[in-house]
Design a binder for this molecule. Structure first.
Ligand SMILES: Nc1ncnc2c1ncn2[C@@H]1O[C@H](COP(=O)(O)OP(=O)(O)OP(=O)(O)O)[C@@H](O)[C@H]1O
Ligand SMILES: [Mg+2]
Length: 253
């Protein structure tokens, strides 16, 4: 039987915790894997920040000889076109993904959905229930934590634990971790997460400015791009490698 593509979302109720950033990082990272084909459905209507990023990235590859050369070198190495990014919204996301899959020349293995926060956003929960895996970035900020725990517990109680969804796993992970913050604080939070019956990844992503490094005229090393993988020096200390390893073990690719 033809295997159906995996649907994955980085999702939380709160804005600004890194849903879009992790969608871009992970999709570009997994795109490098031999034989794996990725697609991104940008459901954050009307901002469509990943689609906009792709337009900027592509524009630079065409107009800037430095990036043109880099793209050429990359193509010699992995001989793969950039993965598709399509614009959608939370209501039509699944239908649009199915169309993309049906129309694609090659078999798509993983589709990432970048959703807005769940609050006041029609269609988000019905799209989330079609996911195979959900990863929820959370920062040690009282409001972010409270809203993420209530979001995750409610998905768990109303959909996952009673088998009313496709979700095989939902995992929280710490991000924007401040090096000065004490481990006992995280230990206490981790206990609370465990008591709610929620799963947590071991990887902690630090709070670091490199998340803002996109392709631009300065040609400085790039972290967040829909065309190039994160620069290998910027990756060091970002724990993104560990995150990818942990996620790959869970989703088994
Ligand atoms: N670990 C991190 N350390 C520092 N900055 C980060 C980190 N993760 C993300 N950021 C930055 O935080 C900002 C918000 O991230 P992002 O846009 O990915 O969040 P989001 O959850 O998609 O927000 P929204 O709900 O608005 O869509 C971005 O400027 C991003 O570069
Ligand atoms: Mg976003």
């Amino acid at each position: 039987m033809e295997q159906k593509p995996l649907f994955i979302a980085f999702s939380t109720q709160k804005g600004g915790v890194g849903k879009t950033a992790f969608t871009v990082l992970l999709s570009r990272y997994l795109h490098s894997l031999e034989g794996k084909s990725i697609a991104v459905v940008d459901c954050d209507f009307p901002q469509h920040s990943i689609m906009e990023m792709r337009k900027r990235d592509q524009g630079l590859v065409i107009s800037d000889s430095y990036y043109k050369r880099m793209a050429y070198e990359q193509f010699k190495e992995i001989a793969k076109k950039a993965y598709p990014v399509i614009g959608s919204n939370p209501i039509n996301a699944i239908e649009d993904a199915q169309k993309l899959i049906a129309d694609s020349e090659n078999k798509i293995d993983i589709v990432f959905f970048d959703l807005p926060g769940t609050m006041n956003s029609k269609g988000v929960v019905s799209t989330l229930r079609e996911m195979d895996y959900i990863f929820a970035p959370v920062s040690a900020d009282r409001l972010v934590l409270a809203s993420t725990l209530s979001f995750a517990s409610s998905l768990n109680e109303n959909l996952i634990s009673i088998g009313k969804s496709s979700i095989k796993g939902m995992y929280l992970f710490w991000t924007m971790v401040d090096g000065r913050e004490k481990t006992p604080l995280y230990d206490a939070y981790n206990d609370a997460i465990g008591e709610l019956g929620l799963s947590l990844l071991n990887t902690r992503i630090p709070d670091t400015k490199r998340f803002r490094r996109e392709m631009d005229e300065t040609h400085r090393p790039v972290f967040r791009s829909t065309i190039f993988p994160p620069d290998k020096y910027l990756i060091k200390g970002s724990n993104v490698d560990e995150l990818v390893t942990e996620i790959r073990q869970i989703i088994a690719v």
